[in-house]
Design a protein around this ligand. Structure first.
Ligand code: FAQ
Length: 311
């Protein structure tokens, strides 16, 4: 028989209610949330790098201001998410140390290079588009602090997606060279953006349990389908081609048929062997070391203020 705590937790989940930090929860539920929320936070923080690469080279002052605001939003998302993970009993230091030691996961998507300005468009359109598709259902995640953080994050992500779409639209209305640059960026980001949703359902060890706990609301493949359905009409408006000759909507099954995703590439990236894994981690580690004096100064100041208050 369940203990009274287990029964109460089960009743909250069954009623689609919210679990709050002080509520009893199974250890495995807590561990799953720490895993997912910390990985999500790390993704936002590492995800600043591919776009930060273009801040000094944005083609106009307006584009530069927009890009800076977007990258700052990502820092903010990382901070809300670290805070949400902390409510589960983990510390910011532990999470940050795991990241810089190369022991923590973050999204595969941020291990690809950004060689052209069109990559800023493709990241906004495809990467933020995939992020929204995955994250809107997470606004209803059963863990209160995670679901609430997601509401604001999703509002900002939809602005990010629109700005990416608009960059690509302007390039597609430009010269043939600009059109080629936009298409090339879409060709490079399309498949990695489909991989963001995670492995196929029959190879996703965490999905079933996370759905029972109302953390995930849809499976990886369901969200991937939904994302492709969102992209097809938008690609038409843009005038870009999605780089999958097999892609078509199958009326009978109500699903998109697509080519096999390259899961070998995905697994290589997860194993740390993607095109930019080493560089992303090194940059994060250097930034952490360069910021050591700021943390020391802030701690010294806090100690001094506390002593003054006691006096
Ligand atoms: N990359 O059993 P599942 C953004 C791992 S958006 C790396 O299916 P689960 C915004 C997975 O962790 C990106 N690893 O796992 C932005 C697990 O490994 P583990 C971040 C991946 O958790 C835009 C294993 O494979 N968004 O940052 C990936 O049920 C532009 C088995 O997988 C989120 O994190 C992957 N793509 O489902 C920022 C959303 N996929 O932990 C800057 C929240 C799977 O057992 C610029 N997270 N793995 O060692 C989620 O919704 C879920 O965690 C999934 C994975 C759907 C990512």
């Amino acid at each position: 028989d369940p203990t009274p705590e287990e029964a109460q937790f089960g009743a909250i989940i069954a009623a689609d209610g919210r679990i709050e930090p002080r509520d009893w929860m199974p250890d495995a539920y807590r561990r799953t949330l720490v895993r997912q929320i910390s990985q999500h936070a790390h993704s936002e923080i590492i995800g600043m790098q591919p776009e930060a690469n273009w801040i000094t080279r944005a083609p106009s002052l307006k584009r530069k201001a927009i890009l800076m605001a977007k990258v700052q939003d990502e820092a903010g998302h990382g901070l809300y998410l670290y805070s949400a993970a902390q409510t589960l009993g983990t510390t910011r230091d532990d999470m940050m140390n795991a990241l810089i030691a190369g022991k923590a996961r973050y999204s595969s998507i941020f291990n690809y290079p950004t060689p052209t300005w069109a990559d800023m468009g493709a990241i906004g359109w495809l990467v933020d588009g995939a992020a929204i598709c995955n994250q809107v259902p997470l606004c209803r995640a059963s863990y209160g602090p995670y679901g609430r953080a997601m509401v604001r994050i999703c509002k900002e992500e939809s602005f990010h997606q629109r700005q990416g779409f608009e960059i690509l639209l302007e390039l597609m209305r430009g010269t043939p060279a600009q059109q080629r640059m936009a298409q090339d960026a879409v060709d490079r980001w399309y498949w990695p953006s489909l991989q963001m949703f995670g492995p196929p359902d029959d190879q996703s060890p965490n999905s079933a349990q996370s759905m029972e706990w109302n953390i995930k609301r849809f499976t990886n493949d369901e969200l991937r389908q939904r994302f492709v359905g969102m992209l097809v009409p938008q690609a038409e408006v843009l005038g870009v081609t999605l780089p999958d000759p097999e892609l078509r909507f199958d009326e009978a099954s109500g699903r998109y048929v697509m080519s096999e995703i390259d899961w070998t590439e995905f697994n290589e990236v997860l194993a740390g062997r993607g095109p930019m894994n080493a560089e992303r981690l090194k940059r994060r580690r250097d930034a952490h070391e360069d910021g050591a004096w700021v943390r020391e100064a802030a701690a010294a100041y806090a100690t001094k203020r506390a002593a003054e208050r006691r006096a």
